[in-house]
Design a protein around this ligand. Structure first.
Ligand code: SF4
Length: 650
């Protein structure tokens, strides 16, 4: 058994209540590492064709990475996986906090649930036990109250680490996520609805087992070097400077290769909201349901969402397990409201400029409501923007909205609407399953206002600004994710410094070259997919990986943990193996990747007539063949070939 793994998974049948521990064959770790790789292998084998995502055949998995608990930094990410009820595709969401090490400290690399419990339950596990317990009294509680109650119920030496659902998951909202640590969400793909359908309220873990490591002092030496890089923080002047930097990026015809050190500096000072104004100015943040520009949300307006506005009420910085950076923060709420997590960039943009809302107090309030309910803030904001555009065009009226005036920027109506979506009440019930489903119910051509990829609402990174996002929104087996790749990410990962034949971007280049549809772009995208799969199999945070592969020694950490050195090429091949299983999973579920569509507006069809992305469109279809070929899949259909499947023993 390779070191760094526990070698076991916990398998729970919620219908019968049967729980068993299974040993994982060594070759699985060789081919897929752990984390998302282990989970992809398990779900591929155990979810039958055409499984109902909310039915008993779907499997919901929680997995920790190979580096988690080994002393390597940024290694506290955990994955929740299943067939997505939102897209029908491979579903995964990723979260930080302290739950990832808790899985391994109970002696497992992953925990998998099938079936449907006859009544609400939660799983409790520690060093000695794993059992389902009655959760009838927890059903109906929000996520914060659920965690508090479970901690009080388990007052042992070790506080349990908890992943749970709130009311949104219980009501099977298709945009519900899984909540951890008082408001951190594994938000995407609607996996909270799967948990709700299974009547699994929570997973509470209180183990304390240690993870064996081949060369712990080597791991720690590498970690000290990373820590020194992260702690070195030159003064970074103000949010306004970041905003003007965004404006400069917008107006220059050339672009400079991006170094993730700048991003790290912003994250360390303000967290992800440090990007708010900068992204609007440079054209990365979509405005007014993707039809607006920085003209519609100008610098004066966006200053109400400046980084300093979101930083002011900080109570304490928030660090995930083994993170030296700490991009999160616990903040005071609005007057009279409880303290909670600071909104993230995605939340601030989805509930801000996407809906033309510049009222930061309302964003704090909605963030807390969504976190407690366990609802994805990206999808919630995008669905509200969709509803506002429908309202503007008279496709829905006050008679449909329970009297709410859904004019752009009406923050009070947004707060009321979020409340209704969480409760599935009136117009909220219509919107609680996301924009694609709402468009089907409203009809009248409203689908053109639903901005999604394959059913998942698009995140707050404009694919007309970085066409690499467009490709990943379209080709990823979990469509519409922003956490996999873009040309910007490729530059920050700096993989070509370790892997010889990968494209080396020019230090300076003309911006319009990003829109070329050449083989190089497909190779860069494939490398991102492979590398991010590897990160998700290792449990590493994407923000750490933005430091670049020379500064974040993922390969060397894996070597030191396992005692089995492998080349960077072999590690990327593991990422490719995982991509093939995820793609094969979709084919087994009847998903044709060629019919997964990114909404026209996000591809610049038609192009915008002004703003940062004026005149830009993305010919994403032209890149598909070359992307598929990088994985040995059929280039016409994207289907993994017999050989590609045989190479990984599927
Ligand atoms: S950088 Fe942020 S998200 Fe990543 S591990 Fe650290 S605190 Fe968590």
């Amino acid at each position: 058994m390779g070191l760094g793994y526990t070698g076991k998974i916990l398998v729970v049948d919620l219908t019968t209540g049967r729980i068993r521990s299974e040993t994982v064959p060594e070759w699985i770790y060789e081919q897929f590492l752990s984390g998302v790789g282990l989970a992809a292998w398990y779900l591929y084998r155990h979810i039958p064709t055409d499984a109902d995502p909310l039915g008993p055949e779907n499997v919901l998995g929680f997995a920790a990475g190979a580096l988690t608990g080994t002393g390597s930094l940024f290694s506290g990410r955990w994955m929740v996986v299943g067939k997505s009820p939102l897209t029908g595709c491979w579903g995964e969401a990723n979260c930080g906090g302290t739950f990832a090490p808790a899985i391994k400290q109970c002696g497992y690399d992953g925990i998998f649930f099938s079936g449907i419990s006859p009544h609400p339950v939660y799983l409790f596990a520690d060093n000695n036990t794993a059992e389902l317990r009655d959760a009838t009294d927890l059903w109906g509680l929000d996520a914060g109250a659920t965690e508090a109650r479970l901690c009080a119920m388990h007052p042992g030496r070790k506080r349990p680490r908890i992943a749970c659902i709130g009311p949104a998951g219980e009501r099977q909202s298709l945009i519900a996520g899984v909540v951890h640590d008082g408001g951190r969400l594994a938000a995407r793909a609607g996996l909270g609805a799967v948990m709700g359908a299974k009547r699994l309220k929570a997973v509470a873990l209180a183990g304390s087992q240690r993870i064996k490591v081949h060369d712990r002092s080597g791991v720690l030496r590498l970690s000290r070097e990373v820590s020194a890089t992260v702690q070195n923080q030159p003064p970074f002047v103000s949010g306004k400077v970041a905003a003007y930097l965004g404006r400069l990026i917008r107006v220059l015809p050339t672009q400079m290769e991006t170094d993730g050190l700048l991003y790290k500096m912003i994250l360390r000072k303000w967290g992800t909201v440090g990007m708010n104004q900068m992204s609007i100015e440079m054209g990365d943040a979509p405005v007014q349901n993707w039809r607006g520009t920085h003209h519609d949300f100008d610098l004066d307006t966006s200053s109400r969402l400046a980084p300093e506005v979101f930083t002011r009420p900080v109570v304490a910085k928030y660090f995930c397990y083994s993170c030296p950076l700490g991009c999160g923060a616990l903040v005071e709420g609005a007057p009279g409201a409880p303290r909670g997590h600071r909104p993230e960039y995605e939340t601030a943009m989805a509930l801000g400029p996407l809906c033309l809302n510049a009222d930061s107090d309302s964003i704090f309030q909605m963030n807390e409501m969504l976190n407690r309910a366990g609802m994805d803030s990206i999808s919630a904001g995008a669905t509200i923007a969709f509803a506002m555009e429908c309202y503007e065009h008279g496709l829905i009226t006050r008679a449909d909205t329970d009297g709410l005036d859904l004019s752009w920027g009406n923050s009070a109506a947004m707060v009321a609407l979020i409340d209704k979506m969480i409760r599935r009440e009136g117009i909220g019930d219509l919107l609680a399953d996301g924009s694609r489903m709402a468009a089907r119910r409203i009809g009248a051509g409203s689908g053109r206002f639903a901005m999604h990829a394959g059913g998942q609402e698009l995140p707050m990174h404009d694919s007309r600004f970085d066409p690499g996002f467009a490709l990943h929104y379209a080709v990823e087996p979990a469509p519409g994710r922003h956490t996999v790749g873009s040309f910007l990410y490729y530059e920050m990962f700096q993989l070509w410094r370790e892997i010889e034949d990968l494209p080396d971007p020019s230090r300076f280049y003309l911006k319009r070259r990003k829109y070329d549809t050449d083989l190089e772009k497909a190779r860069m995208a494939a490398a991102c997919s492979q590398f991010v799969n590897l990160l998700n199999a290792a449990g590493i945070c994407l923000f750490g990986a933005f430091l670049g592969i020379r500064r974040l020694p993922v390969f060397q950490w894996l070597d030191a943990v396992s005692g089995r050195p492998r080349s960077p090429e072999v590690y990327l091949q593991i990422g490719a193996n995982i991509q093939t299983v995820r793609q094969a999973f979709n084919f087994r579920q009847g998903i044709d990747p060629l019919v997964i569509r990114v909404s026209d507006r996000a591809l610049g069809r038609p192009p915008q007539s002004r703003g940062a992305n004026e005149g830009r469109s993305v010919a994403v279809e032209k890149l598909l063949k070359d992307y598929f070929r990088q994985f040995g899949w059929d280039e016409g259909t994207g289907r993994p070939t017999e050989k590609a499947l045989g190479d990984i023993n599927l």
